[in-house]
Design a protein around this ligand. Sequence first.
Ligand code: SF4
Ligand code: SF4
Ligand code: FES
Length: 542
Amino acid sequence: MATVIINGQELELDDDERLNGIQAAARLGYDIPHYCWHPGLSVVASCRMCLVETGRRDPESGEISMMPKLVPGCQTPATDGTVFVTESDKVKQARAQVEEGLLINHPIDCPICDKAGECRLQDYYFEHGQGSRRADLRPFTSRRRSLGDTVTLFVDRCVMCSRCVRFTREITGTGELYVEGRGAGEEIDVFPGFPLANKMAGNVVDLCPVGALGDKDFLYSQRVWFMKSHDGVCAGCSTGCSITIDENQDRVYRLRPRENPHINEWWMCDEGRYGYHHVHSEHRLAGPQQFDAEARQYVNADWSRLPTELDKKFTAIAKRWPGSVAGVLSPHLSVEEAYLLAKYLRGVDPEATLVLGPVPVEGEDESFPQGFTIRAEKCPNRRGVEAVLEYFTGRVATFDDLLPDVAAGKLHAIWVSGGYRNDWIDEATAESFDAADLLVVQDLFDSPLMQRAHYQLPAAAFAERDGSYVNVADRLQSFRWAIRPPMGVRTEGSLLWQMSAMPGMYRAGEVLAEIAREIGYFSAAVEEIPAVGVDLKVNLLV
Ligand code: SF4
Ligand code: SF4
Ligand code: FES
């Protein structure tokens, strides 16, 4: 056990904890301002914003001796007997001087800067800077240059913290960024012919403490104070990165990584970051439709009548042909939705066939030097849906296993859940479903299968639903909806909740509690799920 003294208060640290001054002070609620330090990158101690007084307490006499000069808190380890003083006049004066020095070289273009409202330079100046600016040494330019397809550099806004450079060297190992020039002439740049093009490039925008790096996807689309932020989970692949969804009035404008030491640390990939545009696609299905056999065309269906109507039809078919009901559980469904669908179908037909929907796979897993992995499996919840299937059927049958029975006309009523962003079924496969008497398809977009459905139901996108996903490493994360679905769309969870005759509004938490009680694999999810999720393996004998 180590004891660190911060502003006269003692902080106990476990023997295996390795903290610097910034981290130790944060434990006691002292925020030491910093630009260049980031917990996921190496320490360079170049910005000097984190200067603090430090010293040591003699273990025998208890006497404290302080060092004469200020030291960077980011580079000073918090060991047994270390003393930090973070709020003295000397420290405050140093912070103000660093701020003043940075602002001499920084344009005051906050009104047109995307970072305004979440900029460290802006925030620290109000908190730690001097009230007025004493010098204007040179005119500012609005020099801006593209670093790659996704990132723009606003040259004069850079405070040369080098976070972006270290990211491309240490995390992606691609090293596209470097510091050009020296001293007051330093600038961030890319090597000629080698743009910033790695698959995690967008993280440099999050890392940049000021508005020097702009995300072309987000640039000038929103002022940050108009947006609301919601915790979410990326549905782009089975890594299941923790994310923050920034939205305004039911429109997603930005996805950012949310720190999770168990999954993605501080990062996310660009595929996930920019993988939200389909949510607002004009091609999404807009309202439920049912096929009118007499008129031989689709007509609008009524959400308020659909649960009862569908229930009657599934029940009638199950009575007439027991064992002829089937459900395709998409790996895009949440655990709760998959469970409700399986439970409902097994409720009307105890012999109902349940299979896992097609699992989209693109290429191979791609890992970066620091360990971050983009998975080839482009869906968020295969593991969760598999566990539900194992519980209800004792095995995991696949979509391909289902097709022979579909083509042979053995299955009379089939419910297919989708949620796929890309084409997932071809004409020939879809044709085999023509034999079904009742085909319900719930999906985001039109497809050859949707064109054969007796009921076409629009599905919710990842940012619109409540529930939980289980990632490839068996970690379950729960999330709430960030935006409401477009008019005419109803989430799978709320529809299945009503079809299961559950009272009131859909409550994913109640469904998960039932799942945790019923299915051993999910037993670790019985308590409230923390923001970083829960490891389902802890309760398993593996
Ligand atoms: S562009 Fe941003 S992250 Fe990169 S060195 Fe400049 S201030 Fe730091
Ligand atoms: S690695 Fe996968 S889960 Fe993480 S951000 Fe990328 S697509 Fe999303
Ligand atoms: S954060 Fe410590 S010197 Fe920059």
